[in-house]
Design a protein around this ligand. Structure first.
Ligand code: AMP
Ligand code: ZN
Length: 469
């Protein structure tokens, strides 16, 4: 198989990925907290993970991709109470919406999507194992991890001791006064009034699992005590993943994860997304503006995953133009290939894009290579291309689009009505006469009616402006 290399957060190096059992790459991704719609930032992380899975498969590997659903925590419990629904009914509703959005964005369903609430016995067993090994202690009906009992604490995030002391408990509770040390984090939470009906019986009384613990228990139960790859957004490095390492390795004495994979955050207009700033977007918001989910997928792939990416509506316009262009190049190849088929696995001129993807998922480089190859193919096709060559390039283009998970075939290209075409023709005439004022006026008139005139080598075209219903 082709080599696939990826940056590892723990060693800070780009390293070849490998399946340690020689069969399938065991990949655990921290999934969504299902208390509301996932935002486009969450989807940046999930799309990059999906890309990794597609790249690994295209390279000839097999993958066991597990992405959990966090369906019990403070946010889901509060949400269910406010919606006057059971926790189960509430999280089910948001899980379904998440799955639908994911499908629209081209996410391949992982092998398993475990719900935290389906693994409570395994979580309790893991807590017991840690208590027995003196890595955890009970206090006030809750159980805490004793951070100083685990020497490797902080190795992933390379925090110094002071930072560990201040931050390890993460999503902390106000009533965690019973901890021996501020750095200790909760594994099992004693039942509180606000939790209502949400509790399980345990050796420490009624309660529920802590968030960090859920992931360790599910990952080890499904994929084994040592997994090949573990990922999430960069906000999860500390404390979530640091705590996962501590719990898992203290319990098993084995390395928990061979390779750590983190995706930098998506920003909107250069700021952190937040409800209060009014810049928190979901897929629904994007679709409502007239865009296609694949335009968004392409935008979310346009930046390298280790850099923050800034979302703006202009980036969506650029992505739409890119998809349309690739769609036209593809249509030209389909015609020139006359039904001929190339060999499976063919890359044609698109091989450079593939090589960029398997070297640390260099999507900006890969997309630039796709557009360069498309230009070259288009020039050659116009100059006269053999059926075999067209079939080979078409296979290469389809291959790379499959790995990127981006569809460039548009279902319906709305035909402009005659009066709009007449305006476009009049604009063209004004331009020929160098009457720029009139041509601008006509362009604005078209724009106000929701049509954009695009000038290209073959003359003008009218395209429905995204954002117009
Ligand atoms: P959550 O639903 O909050 O548990 O997050 C689901 C995933 O999205 C996690 O891997 C987070 O690290 C990731 N995430 C959260 N915010 C962003 C963002 N703005 N950009 C990229 N990933 C994010
Ligand atoms: Zn997790």
């Amino acid at each position: 198989m082709d080599e696939v290399r990826l940056f590892d957060t723990a060693t800070r190096q780009i390293q070849a990925l490998s399946a340690s059992n020689g069969k399938a790459l065991k990949f655990y991704a921290c999934g969504p907290t299902v208390y509301g719609p996932a935002h486009i930032g969450n989807f940046r992380t999930f799309i990059i993970q999906d890309l990794l899975s597609r790249v690994w498969t295209a390279a000839g590997g097999k993958i066991e991709h597990v992405r959990n659903l966090t369906d019990v925590d403070d946010k889901t419990i509060r949400g269910a109470r406010e919606a006057k629904l059971s926790l189960d009914a509430f999280t089910k509703k948001w899980t379904e919406i998440f799955e639908k959005d994911g499908q629209a964005l081209g996410l391949i369903a992982p092998m398993k999507e475990p719900k935290a609430t389906d693994f409570v016995p395994q979580q309790i067993a893991l807590v017991k194992r840690l208590v027995d090994g003196k890595h955890a202690y009970e206090a006030g009906g809750s159980v805490y991890f004793r951070v100083k009992s685990f020497l490797g604490y902080g190795k992933l995030s390379r925090l110094d001791e002071r930072e560990v002391r201040e931050g390890a408990s993460g999503r902390a509770d106000a009533d965690e006064y019973a901890r021996e040390q501020a750095a200790d984090f909760v594994l099992w939470k004693a039942h509180k009034k606000e939790d209502g009906e949400v509790f399980w019986d345990s050796p420490w009384g009624k309660g529920r699992p802590g968030w960090h613990l859920e992931c360790s228990a599910m990952a080890m139960q499904i994929l084994g005590e040592t997994i090949d790859l573990h990922g999430g957004g960069s906000d999860l490095i500390f404390p979530h993943h640091e705590n996962e390492i501590a719990q898992s390795e203290a319990a098993t004495g084995k390395p928990f994860v061979k390779h750590w994979f983190h995706v930098s955050h998506l920003l909107v207009e250069n700021r952190k997304m937040s409800k209060s700033l009014g810049n928190l977007y979901t897929l629904k918001d994007v679709i409502r503006q007239g865009w296609d989910a694949f335009d968004l997928r392409l935008v979310l792939l346009s930046g390298h995953y280790r850099q923050p990416l800034n979302f703006s509506w202009d980036t969506m316009t650029a992505a739409r133009h890119g998809r349309e262009r690739l769609g036209r190049v593809r249509a030209g190849l389909v015609e020139a290939a006359k039904g001929a088929k190339a060999e499976v696995g063919e890359w044609g001129t698109f091989r450079a894009a593939w090589d960029a993807l398997r070297e640390d998922l260099e999507t900006p480089k890969a997309l630039a290579a796709v557009y360069t190859a498309a230009t070259s193919v288009e020039l050659r096709r116009k100059a006269g291309m053999s059926v075999e060559e067209a079939a080979k390039e078409l296979a290469g283009l389809d291959h790379i689009l499959k790995v990127l998970g981006v569809n460039v075939q548009f279902e319906k290209q709305t035909e402009a009505p005659p009066e709009m075409k007449a305006l476009a023709k009049a604009r063209e005439a004004a331009r020929t006469a160098k009457d720029w004022k009139e041509s601008d006026r006509l362009r604005d008139e078209l724009a106000a009616a929701g049509w954009e005139v695009r000038d290209g080598a073959g003359g003008w075209r009218l395209v429905r402006k995204p954002g117009t219903p």
